[in-house]
Ligand binder design. Sequence first.
Ligand code: GNY
Length: 448
Amino acid sequence: VNKRLTPVEKIEQSEPYRFFLSTVHGIQDNYNQTNAISLKEILSVEHGQLTRSAQFNYMFDIEFLLEQYPSEFRLKPLLIVHGDSRDDNHSLKTQCSPYPQIELCPARLDIPFGTHHTKMMFLLYETGLRIVIHTANLISQDWRQKTQGIWISPICPKTNDTRESKTNFKKDLLDYIEQYRTRQLQFWQKTINEHDFSSINVHIISSTPGRHTGANINKFGHLKLRQTLKNYLNLENNEQYYSAPIIGQFSSIGSLGPNANSWLTKEFLTSLKQLNTNSFDSPELKLIYPTVENVRTSFEGYIAGGSLPYNMQTAMKQTWLINYLHRWKADHRQRSRASPHIKTYLRVTNDQYKNLLWFLVTSANLSKAAWGVLEKNNTQLMIRSYEIGVLFIPKQFSQTIFPLFDSSSFPIPYDLPPVKYESTDKPWIVDMTYKNQPDSHGNMWDPH
Ligand SMILES: CC(C)c1cccc2c(O)c(C(=O)O)cnc12
């Protein structure tokens, strides 16, 4: 159907998952209608009378951001939560100086190499509070021709009794915000407490910088994911799922160690498979990360690779990773050329990938900085960065699995099963030169 949906209709039609991809300039319109939304549509006046908002992110273009708000809302109070260490923090102050309604809130980054990756919006309307958790920077390039992931909450009504969701969303969100330890977030802590979150059906999986131990060891990072899957996904009694494949998809990769067993399988995969059984048929881990060819032929051309900052120094230490890698391919959403900036992790049943066991969309790339690394004989989880994502578990949708190929199926971002790198495929590396073949704009890539 070619009917253009309004922003409110798009959100209504996305029920019960409320999970979107960003719209892409240059694809057929109907692929931008179903489960696809733009920043302007997220901020549309159609959702109600905005009174104030907060934007958590990593990169900001303030002029671009204000332009995405309806003109009648551009003077409303806006809190910008950003990483304090970025050298161009000065530019953020300069960008915001003409706007007294904008307040800057630097997030503490006490551990070296940590970043404020979290991408989240608090939108306070006269009718209630909406939370948006997504993967896009607040710059035009991130919203034009990439594949980004966005979850949009219902507008949670104000309430005099603190209504929690069946997924502990309110408590987990407040625990996350508490970690900033700044009075600048007090208004939003109070506001979250005053709203009814009972209609929310996703779990929060977040990361905050620190060495989390004792009662807090499962509060953040990959141990929070392990704990949540353990508590809400009873796979134990389904032998058939023990070998169900696990897929990780991301736009950058950290230093993972000299072999898979250093962190990737021993620690990270153990959390994703959530079972401690050393069942010999352990699940396959398939990783999706763009090839050079994916980048070269993308809508943006090699420029897309600027947002895929996997560097040579890291890549050359872990050539073993190639064996896990699969191409970016999203033909069913017409987004094979929309370079992925989304990050997702999921598990599928091994009967031709017909069903989804769980799905996570998050800001977290494949790195120890984002997910945490166990230290001191597994008594503490050291995390460097702020990250946040939402986890979809069938039980919270009164289902045992999410069907993938029928009418009410889960809107997955890419094609399954993933396509393994061929011998000629190379992972995109941001600081390499690519001069032997021009990209879709006829350009070459020479980062020096
Ligand atoms: C390595 C750093 C500076 C970098 C380069 C290019 C894109 C980046 C990006 O998109 C994010 C993010 O989205 O959080 C974070 N760091 C990014």
